[in-house]
Design a protein around this ligand. Structure first.
Ligand code: SF4
Ligand code: SF4
Length: 363
């Protein structure tokens, strides 16, 4: 008989930490607050205490303040499974959510209502007071010009479904140039990452089941948003491929016209730098002749971090400030591969997905 493999307990996960502190300089909340309690090591100690002394109740504000960006995990020499520990702790001790976060999580699980709400938001946007405009105005809805059948599927996501029409059209255009294509099934829902990070694992599992069934007839799923990719790859049931990596691996067939010295600022989301293909974006953009690319310095999480911009707008703005300050004066567009980051960084100058920008220069 095969032995039953038990997943490690929360206490076991916390014990992986050797308290070396190497993660501290990489943690954006520690950089802001300068307190051990706002560091990965401090949070792991608190989660160990909660695991070993069950029954504690209350609000755990330093745990709730964790962005879930996993920067600590990516530099940890002891391979602490920080995210797993965080999610499992939040299942038992759910974070105190604002009404905006609760509403967003509910809407993200009900895609048609979310799309309808964003359509209404687009219509009302010009007359809304500034405080009622937490997100940029969505573009006008249009049908995605995708074939009905293909071996590839493009993941549309929840909020991205309304905001990424142009990026999806651009991806289809680039695929067509490669002699390839992709279908856009309408049934998948949210990737579930925001629900997981809120400790709502039952809701995340239900979204994962919906996505698995929607993608079962495809060979692979192409994902535009680096933030959704990591959640989806654990649940889609078929290979999940970052769209830019897919294009970069076939880039010799893509020819671009000159950008005539145009200057772009390239933001690298946490989910692309540590957990994904940050270099693929730069490699693809570098194929556009006479394009000036300034890769923004790594100043930490931009503050988008899932629903953080709804949870704590002031802190999200503090985290965003150094990113915006690093944009050169001569750049006329900001490129970022993650929908959450783009929504949070919009305002100072136009923000686009790198694939949407590239398609403008396709020969
Ligand atoms: S989480 Fe990793 S890097 Fe951070 S203190 Fe613990 S062992 Fe060190
Ligand atoms: S996930 Fe991000 S915010 Fe949370 S402890 Fe790790 S580095 Fe800090």
């Amino acid at each position: 008989m095969l032995p039953v493999l038990k997943s490690p307990s929360r206490a076991d996960l916390a014990r992986q930490c050797v308290k070396c502190g190497l993660c501290l300089p990489h943690c954006p909340t520690y950089a802001l607050a300068g307190m051990e309690a706002e560091s990965p090591r401090g949070r792991i100690m608190q989660m160990a205490d909660l695991a070993e002394n069950p029954g504690q109740a209350g609000v755990f504000k330093h745990l709730d303040a964790c962005l879930g960006c996993r920067r600590c995990e990516s530099v940890c020499p002891a391979d602490v499974s920080y995210e797993q520990l965080l999610v499992e702790t939040r299942v038992v001790h759910p974070p105190a959510l604002t009404w905006r976060e609760k509403a967003a999580l509910w809407l993200m699980a009900h895609k048609s209502l979310l799309n309808g709400g964003l359509g209404f938001y687009r219509t009302a946007y010009p007359i809304l007071p500034t405080r009622w405009r937490p997100l940029p105005r969505p573009p006008a809805a249009s049908a995605d010009p995708a074939p009905a059948r293909s071996r590839n599927a493009i993941f549309t996501g929840c909020v991205a479904n309304s905001y990424e029409h142009h990026a999806r059209t651009a991806l289809l255009q680039l695929l067509q140039t490669l002699g390839d294509d992709a279908a856009i099934p309408s049934t998948p829902g949210c990737c579930g990452q925001a629900a997981r990070h809120a400790g709502q694992t039952a809701r995340a599992a239900s979204l994962a089941a919906t996505n698995q069934s929607a993608f079962s007839s495809f060979d692979r799923v192409l994902v535009l948003a680096s933030g959704c990719r990591s959640a989806l790859q654990d649940s889609a049931g078929v290979p999940v491929v970052d769209a830019m990596t897919y294009l970069a691996e076939r880039a010799e067939k893509l020819q671009f016209r000159s950008a005539h010295g145009r200057h772009v600022a390239l933001h690298t989301p946490c989910t692309a730098s540590f957990h994904g293909p940050g270099n693929a974006v730069h490699a693809l953009l570098s194929r556009i002749p006479d394009l000036r690319i300034t890769v923004l310095p790594d100043t930490g999480c931009c503050g988008g971090a899932g629903l953080h911009q709804l949870a704590d707008p002031d802190r999200a703005a503090s985290l965003r400030a150094p990113v915006l300050a690093a944009i050169p004066e001569t750049a006329d567009v900001l490129l970022s591969a993650n929908i959450g980051c783009r929504l949070h960084l919009a305002g100072k100058l136009p923000v686009q997905h790198p694939i949407e920008f590239m398609a403008n220069y396709l020969l």
